[in-house]
Design a protein around this ligand. Structure first.
Ligand SMILES: Nc1ncnc2c1ncn2[C@@H]1O[C@H](COP(=O)(O)OP(=O)(O)O)[C@@H](O)[C@H]1O
Ligand SMILES: [Mg+2]
Length: 500
């Protein structure tokens, strides 16, 4: 990827600047004539304008990018990439943004996001681009700002860990699902054969008991029926005797043949009737007593029968549940086997990720130490430890610096040493990524002394970056060859590109 041209129209302090890059290395210096300083002349705006043009993103809100007093802004970038000419024109008029993309003169159609997706597919997304290609005060010129998680993310990005992490997430999710499913099933019922045997024998017992109770209740019901018939008959008999007795009291005739009756004879018959009534009444009393006790026995048996029915239903329910559990056991076995697969898979992925991260950290360390040995007696060590969260390995990274065998804190280094280490780390990252893209350094070398500056520039010159842009507030060009010098001059608040 090579930036051929960038046009900044009403972008920050630039009213209409066109920068044409003619060499592999561009050295941007500046002068604010109004104040006689390099600061604020509009140098960084060139790099930031390129990034804004490609990605529509900036450290500043878009409204602050439009030159003060202007309503419209336009940034156009022309890039040569894989033998294709890509032109990106991004403009802003009020709140309306517009993006045009041309590949070899052919305009890409679609919504802004669709066109941006085409750009991202060509040059990588914004994060990756600024992470790998830009070194400036906001993008870790100072390692102090590089947190452990950022270093880890950089390493992960270097090993293209996205796909592995996606797999790690998918495996972790499925593993958790399986664990929950299994937990649910086993808490339902444990499929015990012994328990099933006990339940089945209990069912036979209660069913037999139920049948026996039914027949006993049947017998008692029949008995009660015949007792109540007997009771009815006795009532009738007693009624008949009483009627005959009444007749005898009112008449002196035989109640059956109606012939006259002697008083003695009448007395004998009446006496006989009274005795019969008494005897039948006695029988009736006995029967009523029997009915009472039989009914009580029947009620008792019926209540017991009801409890046996409830018990039988409960046993049947438990047997049903156990049957389900036995069926689930077969399913559970399958789930267990799947869980085993996912657990082992996750372990393998974690091991693999740890392995490639450790390997990459070692390679990065080797690169930095190789370069460091040219400059200083410092040796750095990338420390990679890991923590495990829900089966997922999360690496933790830190950089240690050794000098004469002693650990030295990054803070205790000189500012030049700090920026050198940060630059070498960035170069190491780029070298490992095998990038041959852009390397944009905004005032990253200014803290280095003359000798170290030359060494770094030499390393950059020999690197395989396709294009290097160096912004500096120092004018000297050092020993760089094939370098284009770009002057940004600010006059009365407006930056222009002056001379090549
Ligand atoms: N929207 C804007 N309109 C006009 N000037 C701006 C705008 N935004 C920033 N500036 C000016 O641009 C200068 C910053 O430009 P920059 O490229 O960062 O300078 P430097 O040469 O120091 O890198 C500052 O002087 C700032 O006031
Ligand atoms: Mg600047």
């Amino acid at each position: 990827m090579v930036i051929k041209k960038v046009r900044l129209n009403n972008y920050q302090s630039h009213s209409d600047s066109l920068v044409t890059f003619t060499e592999r290395i561009a050295f941007v210096v500046g002068l604010d004539r109004d104040h006689g300083t390099s600061n604020g002349s509009g140098k960084s705006s060139i790099i930031n304008g390129i990034i804004y043009g490609i990605y529509g993103k900036s450290n500043l809100p878009a409204t602050q990018l439009v030159r003060h007093g202007c309503g419209d802004m336009l940034v156009a970038v022309e890039i040569e990439h894989l033998n294709k000419k890509i032109q990106i024109v991004r403009s802003k008029s009020g709140t309306t943004g517009k993006l045009s993309v041309f590949i070899d003169g052919q305009e890409i159609t679609g919504k802004i996001e669709e066109k941006q997706a085409v750009i991202d597919s060509l040059f990588g997304d914004y994060q990756t681009f600024v992470g790998f290609s830009v070194v400036d005060s906001v993008r870790f010129l100072d390692l102090e700002d590089l947190s452990s998680s950022e270093l880890r993310d950089t390493l992960l990005m270097l090993v293209n860990a996205e796909k592995i992490q996606k797999m790690q997430d998918d495996f972790g999710k499925r593993k958790m699902e399986l664990e929950i499913m299994l937990k649910k099933n086993t808490s339902l019922h444990f499929p015990s054969a012994k328990r099933m045997d006990i339940l089945k024998s209990s069912l036979i017992l209660t069913e037999t008991e139920g049948k026996a109770l039914d027949s006993e209740i049947g017998i008692l019901t029949e008995e009660l029926g015949s007792l109540s018939t007997k009771k009815e008959n006795l009532y009738k008999e007693i009624e008949n005797y009483e009627k005959t007795d009444q007749f005898l009291t009112e008449h002196s005739k035989c109640p059956t043949c109606f012939t006259g009756l002697e008083p003695d004879k009448k007395t004998v018959i009446a006496q006989g009737l009274k005795e019969s009534i008494m005897s039948k009444s006695h029988d009736l009393e006995n029967i009523e007593l029997t009915i009472k006790t039989t009914s009580a026995a029947k009620t008792g048996l019926s209540t017991h029968r009801l409890s046996v029915i409830t018990k039988t239903a409960k046993i049947r329910l438990l047997i049903g549940k156990l049957d389900d559990a036995v069926r689930n056991r077969t399913k559970d076995n399958k789930l267990c086997a799947e869980l085993g697969l996912y657990t082992r898979g996750l372990q393998t992925i974690n091991k693999f990720l740890s392995f490639i991260l450790t390997n990459t950290a070692c390679e990065l360390e080797d690169y930095i130490n190789g370069e460091l040995s040219k400059f200083t007696d410092m040796v750095c060590k990338i420390n990679l430890t890991k923590t495990t969260n829900e089966g997922k390995v999360i690496p933790t990274c830190s950089i240690l610096i050794y000098r004469d065998g002693n650990v030295q804190t990054y803070k205790s280094l000189s500012s030049g040493e700090k920026s050198m280490l940060a630059l070498l780390l960035k170069l190491g990252i780029n070298s490992l990524k095998g990038t041959n893209g852009l390397f944009l350094v905004d005032e990253g070398l200014d803290r280095l002394d003359q000798i170290n500056r030359s060494r770094i520039l030499n390393t950059l010159e020999l690197s395989n970056f396709s294009q290097i842009m160096l912004i500096s507030h120092r004018e000297e060009l050092d020993s760089l060859r094939n370098t284009q010098r770009i002057y940004v001059i600010k006059n009365q608040g407006i930056s222009t590109i002056s001379g090549i």
